[in-house]
Design a protein around this ligand. Sequence first.
Ligand code: CA
Ligand code: CA
Length: 415
Amino acid sequence: MNPATPALGPSKSRSAPPLAALAAVALACTLGCGGDSDGNAGPMPTRTPVSSPTPAPSRSPDPSGLPLSEVRLPPGFEITVFAHPVPRARAMALGPRGTLFVGTFDQDGKIWALRDEDADGRAERKVVLAQGPKLPVGVDVHDGDLWFTGVTELWRIDDVEDHLFENAPRTLVVDDLPDGVTHTWKLVRFGPDGLAYVPVGAPCNACPVEDPYAALLRMRPDGSGREVVARGIRNTVGFDWSPSTGELWLTDNGRDLIADTVPPDELNRIPSGSTSVPHFGFPWLHGSNVVDPDLGAAGPGNYVLPARELDAHVAPLGMRFYTGDSFPEAYRGDVFVAEHGSWNRTVPLGARVMRVPISADGRAAEGYEIFAEGWQRPDGSRWGRPVDVLVTPEGDLLVSDDQAGAIYRIRWTGR
Ligand SMILES: [Ca+2]
Ligand SMILES: [Ca+2]
């Protein structure tokens, strides 16, 4: 096929891909950390919150066997399976020639390359490009090179779309990222400034921390010039730059073990023109006004409050601005957030994709509404958990799911 043609789906000639992605995602506790709002551990409650969007029209069963008909979307949208199985699929990134790269949450993790070569909407070409790094959840494509993470490393596969085969040659670029007890996995994404952004989670549920923990770092592509660009974030997984203002927005997973509905998870924004490194409150202030019950108000103060408080314990992981042009006009510039779902809540919440409408000037979050749900059933059990979102050059929204091991595509059909 024409190497310039995006391979994700039936080709619709559109111009250049939006920001070949980053991807950001991770979850919070699993490996021995006793549970976290975005972790897999913990008891499964038995009730479910009331939901909203319109029931999906009946569809024939998907060849994957996944119960896609249970996913509810606003009228006019359709969800299909782009790839399955992709076990423990986490962050996604798109190459300039249309290859989708996927990181995984696994001790002996795989980095997948997925291509839909025959434009039927499903990836039939699946290659494990790399295997071995612990918890390689993060991926991004920068200047045609694939970057992926380990717990303490950044790896690079040069000219990755010329090397779509098993055990592609890779280079260890950084090997000294901070390890920790909890939130150890890393994400990587390149900003408009050409620097690599890597969040480092808090090494605890809630505790006083020092740099570089509970912070967002950035560095040059050779790993040098490392600096902190945001503090007071417990576990940031998703981040993206506003297409209208260039400001960096980021999710944050709030602490556990206060109460079912406290504290809120967060969508944050780094205001342009900040003259000092913004501090988003963790561990002293959660959301806009929850002083930590264990630590009190002993922190430095002058916190940047959330652009939008999200529901408590929903585990917001990946987030992206909608930069496509195939969804209705009202969606353009809005934020999609993948909520992985909680454990630390009597009534489970999450396992859905939310839409956060953004103001015309690009600086304010004006709402918080369900876009896609149904991975969680009325009895509280889940057959899938959204992790990351990505906007394709065609304007579709891809969603990764580490429980069902799937990549979905949501399209506007108008029907
Ligand atoms: Ca195909
Ligand atoms: Ca905060």
